[in-house]
Design a protein around this ligand. Structure first.
Ligand SMILES: [Zn+2]
Ligand SMILES: [Zn+2]
Length: 303
């Protein structure tokens, strides 16, 4: 199955609107994966940072275009069926969820997948995010049909894709997802908020790095945390993030074909991300044929 991967938000930690970040974009993590051709109705979304809001607008506009006679009020009736895979529930990865227009369409079905945080279920966390003391519409009042599914590391299936989940080195219970089309085709891995190098105290075993390389082996597209420069990383060991060069090293070790640097640091303006990318490309060119790019809002790749 062929599919396209679209970046709706690539910024880490907090949205950064403004002219200094206009090129790479200021929205927090959200990536959509959509089947092409006869699989066009298959939609998987990775994380629900503020980037999920423009994705919701696009889905709503697509429906309006397909149903020109529909009254204005029913514009949110998109008839979207999708799987949303949440890496973890730090703000920047769920912040856009209450503003996702398809939630307000009664014909839509959204399955949300993610890990527990300690003993707390994902559904409880999402409910608290929309508690009346902080948000006007509670989760139970959304018109769409929502199902929340609990994920543990290992394999499971969603519409069109086999998924593997792996625990990452990051505060909290954070998961990487590797997606492979069930009918065959290129595979991709979404790995954000991950400290590849030493530092930090995370609930993973001593074999983590070997397991991680195995998990990524031969992946066509690797989207990986590259929040820091190598110098910044030295001052931020234990923060749960990687440098651009570590992302290149891990992608090379795993034999990935293409690497996308992701979760840009809020302090980095467009020029700083350009430099990070240039340095990563230089390192990649010394070791092999790895293609490197930096995630840019609106960027679309086809696999
Ligand atoms: Zn994050
Ligand atoms: Zn995080």
């Amino acid at each position: 199955m062929r599919y396209s991967v679209t970046f709706w938000g690539a910024r880490g930690s907090i949205p950064t609107p403004g002219p200094a970040t206009a090129r790479y974009g200021g929205n927090t993590p959200c990536v959509s994966v959509q089947g092409e051709g006869s699989a066009g109705n298959r939609l998987v979304v990775l994380d629900a940072g503020t980037g999920i809001r423009p994705l919701g607008q696009m889905l709503t506009a697509a429906h309006s275009a397909a149903n020109p006679g529909s009254p204005r009020e029913s514009r949110t009736a998109v008839s979207v069926q999708m799987d949303l895979l949440v890496s973890h529930t730090h703000w920047d990865h769920i912040q856009g969820l209450p503003f996702f227009a398809p939630f307000f369409g009664p014909q839509n079905q959204v399955r949300i997948w993610g890990a527990k945080q300690g003993e707390v279920d994902l559904e409880v966390i999402l409910r608290q995010q929309m508690n009346p003391v902080v948000f006007p519409v509670p989760l139970d009042k959304l018109a769409a049909e929502l199902k929340v599914r609990h994920v543990t590391p290992g394999r499971f299936e969603i519409d069109g894709f086999a998924v593997q989940a792996m625990r990452l080195r990051h505060p909290g219970n954070t998961l990487a997802y590797r997606l492979t089309p069930r009918e065959g085709g290129a595979s991709m891995a979404y790995v954000t908020d991950n400290e590849v190098g030493s530092g930090g105290d995370y609930d993973v075993g001593p074999e983590w790095r070997q397991e991680f390389v195995r998990f990524l082996t031969g992946v066509d597209l690797l989207i990986h945390d590259a929040m820091f420069t190598p110098e910044e990383l030295e001052r931020h060991r234990g923060w749960g993030h990687s440098s651009n060069l570590e992302a290149v090293t891990i992608a090379t070790e795993a034999g990935a074909r293409r690497l996308v640097l992701f979760h840009h640091r809020p302090e980095h303006d467009d020029t700083a991300v350009d430099r990070l990318l240039e340095q990563a490309r230089e390192a990649a060119s010394r070791t092999g044929a790895l293609e490197v790019t930096a995630a840019t809002e609106g960027m679309q790749l086809t696999l």
